[in-house]
Design a protein. Sequence first.
Length: 282
Amino acid sequence: MKQIFLCAINNILSGTCKEDCKFCTQSVRYHADIERYSYKAIDQIVSEAKEARANGALGYCLVTAGKGLDDKKTDFVARTAQAIKAEVEGLNLIACNGTANKEQLRYLKEHGIDSYNHNLETSERYYPQICQTHRWDERYETCENVRSVGLALCSGGIFGMGETAQDRDDLLKAIASLSPESTPLNFYHPNPALPIKTRNIEQDEALEIIQKAHRLLGKERLLMVAGGRELLFSSDERKMFEAGANAIVIGNYLTTSGEAPDKDRQMLEALGYEVAVSCGTD
Ligand code: SF4
């Protein structure tokens, strides 16, 4: 029986970013109507991590808005990771804190982080159309830093932001060149405040992307349908699992709501899938 890996996200510092990524409601430039706050209390994060574990999550991602790590953020994520590891068993802890150098990543690893998420977002060619405040090659370099310090790498992208079919193929190839242990595939969720107004992807194209990613990355890797799942696959989740996805995000996304975890577990059961209880895939 195929097992599905569940991952949950905690936005531990929200909506305070000065970068200009045109798909991101957390940029202060676009004044999207989202909740914005500085560092969450560590006790609260630990309690939310316990809840996610009780809901079946094996992956737990600590996300901070902003271009990348600085000393304060690195220290906060490290202390949070230590606190979670001390109280919650069986979670694979993922940090997602933007651009990072090797020293910062080593520090996070020493304090309990298992994996680092940094998405390439789109192809190198299309990237300047969606972000002008930093470069695609900086993103690629952070992913290489993750590999070189021995953290597991989680890297994927967002589809449906106006890119071409060639851009999609190029992004998947670039991701595969990094051999990530896990890859989140996000499908763009339009927001009226953002410069990218519409989503240029339909379910059949999304399925093609999942199939291609599955072939390129290998079936032993985690291939996760993340943001936008509810927009493209609501009541049609079987198709994405049959195309090769073996992981989903449960609970809420960074700034948008997801399904209730109970509903997702019922959906998996109804489709005949099991919730994975360890980090390997079948
Ligand atoms: S750097 Fe990250 S948080 Fe900031 S706007 Fe870009 S995607 Fe959003």
